[in-house]
Design a protein around this ligand. Sequence first.
Ligand SMILES: Nc1ncnc2c1ncn2[C@@H]1O[C@H](COP(=O)(O)OP(=O)(O)OP(=O)(O)O)[C@@H](O)[C@H]1O
Ligand SMILES: [Mg+2]
Length: 256
Amino acid sequence: MSEVAITGFAKSFDGGESFALEGIDLVVNDGEILVLLGSSGSGKTTLLRAINGLIQPDAGRVTVGGDDIATLDATALRRTIGYVIQGAALFPHMTVAENVGIVPNLREWPPERTAARVDELLQLVQLEPDDYRDRMPAELSGGQAQRVGVARALAAEPCMMLMDEPFGALDPVTRVQLQDEFKNLQRSLSLTTVLVTHDMTEALLLADRIAILASGDVAQIGTPAEILNRPASAYIEELLTTPRRQAAELKGLFTS
Ligand SMILES: Nc1ncnc2c1ncn2[C@@H]1O[C@H](COP(=O)(O)OP(=O)(O)OP(=O)(O)O)[C@@H](O)[C@H]1O
Ligand SMILES: [Mg+2]
């Protein structure tokens, strides 16, 4: 079980003068993809980092599988949670294989098991292992680095995934491919996932539920259909303009 419950969460970065996030109550159900959507600076990364214990709240608590993470061993917790860091953030002095194998190595898997897992994941994210495993991050395109970041997060068979704009720098075709592959994998493993994006179309297509952050709080949470049919504010209505227009224009092309 890896349900996440965030209760009364608040975080300030200036000693309490202002709050990046305040009064956040949010549940991520076991096995669902919850998409966190919000503009730049709305606190998406802060909330992800709170779930794996990289940020301590000023108020409130975060539980994973019913356990308050403040009472858990932080290192052990992080090794069970796959984290795709915003902008990929690979270790520049390590090869692709070493980057993907970081957590398996920390968990002291036998080298053959790690090597096999690395190749399996590189295949999954469509990077031919023979071509890519020995490259350095500087020898990758932005989209390739991002795919390595996704492979790295999946490496140690996590029970949960935190993904910070994982598909951001990809071309549209690769992006849809990787979204589909991730969704299949997520379903087959029942991986509880929190995925950050500022792209409403991506949120509508990927999410079981979407939580929209605005002004330091959760402005609305619901299924894609609920958000589309009953946006709770003018701001959310506005966020839906682009996907609605795209859908209408595409539909027009098919029927004409
Ligand atoms: N370590 C920090 N010190 C001071 N302020 C911070 C720190 N981390 C985040 N903040 C502030 O908290 C707010 C939320 O930041 P956060 O990184 O969570 O936003 P975000 O929603 O992930 O934005 P983006 O879409 O640009 O990645 C911002 O105003 C940011 O400047
Ligand atoms: Mg961020």
